[in-house]
Design a protein around this ligand. Sequence first.
Ligand SMILES: C=CC1=C(C)c2cc3[nH]c(cc4nc(cc5[nH]c(cc1n2)c(C)c5CCC(=O)O)C(CCC(=O)O)=C4C)c(C)c3C=C
Ligand code: FE2
Ligand code: FE2
Length: 371
Amino acid sequence: MSETTRKKRAIVLFNLGGPDSPEAVEPFLFNLFNDPAIISLPNPFRFLLAKLISRRRAPIAREIYDHIGGKSPLLELTREQADALQAALNSEDDGYENRCFIAMRYWKPFADESAQAVKAWGADEQILLPLYPQFSTTTSGSSVKDWKRACHKVGLTAPIKTACCYPTNPGFVEASAEMIREGYDRALAKTVELGIDKPRVLFSAHGVPKAVITKRGDPYQSQIEKTSAAVVEKMAIEGLDWNVCYQSRVGPMEWIGPSTEHEIERAGREGKAIVVVPIAFVTEHSETLVELDIEYGELAHEKQVPVYERVRTVCSHPKFINGLVSVVKQTQHELDKKGSDDYTVESRGWWCPDEHSCANAKQPGLKSAGA
Ligand SMILES: C=CC1=C(C)c2cc3[nH]c(cc4nc(cc5[nH]c(cc1n2)c(C)c5CCC(=O)O)C(CCC(=O)O)=C4C)c(C)c3C=C
Ligand SMILES: [Fe+2]
Ligand SMILES: [Fe+2]
């Protein structure tokens, strides 16, 4: 099909965004805490609280980013994913000319700038693709809402369909299982040398306050557990010892658990080797390179965990990119069948356009709830 007859399809990739310099740390944190999906207070209270928390947290966060050159690698790695996905989508002649755009929620490129770019390109349709396999109102929900606000602002009217979540997408699960298997084998070799028990796999996801699950009915925690169970099944290691835990707590509220720190301390007490897997992130950034590699690595050493192995995120693993291709195709199919996103669902406490998947996933955690 010729360029002129092909429909222009914009794929908009969402992620959190990270500071691109030490000076950007405080305004980045302000944007995060000023998001009603993170702190659900009316203004001016949210604005004032966001100012206060971001000012207090900035020195701690700057220290975190100092370990990785003062800035986040998230945008660079997301660009690599966008390029790989665009190439994979355009390798087939299925009637679409695809272009991937990136919109970050709390740092550049913001939704306004990217929506303007999608409009200038002349997109006929938009597929929104959060780079969060599991749906949370604090991440995907917030980004989608912000994107629709930006579309309205810049006058971008091309029909939209959102890929809500893909916690058990085969490409994502296979890429994860393959990478974990390599990490597991490395750890296993060390346990054989030390003459100790086989390693335990710890699926560590970014936590959220408990109220996000219990009050908003966010499906995030149960989708984390679904991903972990699917990956374990794919790994097919008989009698594998595994658990789900949650990292990155901030603030005084009660967060979902068990915490990753708690699980590391338990492994130390039990003399267990651990393989730590960041299961809610698909790229490297401060939460993996600093929190998991440095802070929790030191904690593991201090608590005498005999082997601490961290598995890298899937990034641009070809199987993960193929998984994203299938998510785009499925979402396109939904757009053709049902039309653009149903805006009425946004009035619910939790926001997710994928009624079926999320309605089924509303039960709070299975494995971690009992731990
Ligand atoms: C699944 C992904 C994420 C969820 C859910 C999430 C919820 C959430 N986060 C905070 C507070 C902070 N998060 C910070 C960094 C950060 N968070 C995510 C992802 C999720 N957050 C990522 C990918 C990153 C790293 C960004 C980068 O380095 O590029 C930070 C900043 C770092 C720090 O100061 O520790 C804060 C703060 C809350 C409060 C929350 C849910 C309510
Ligand atoms: Fe976060
Ligand atoms: Fe969903």
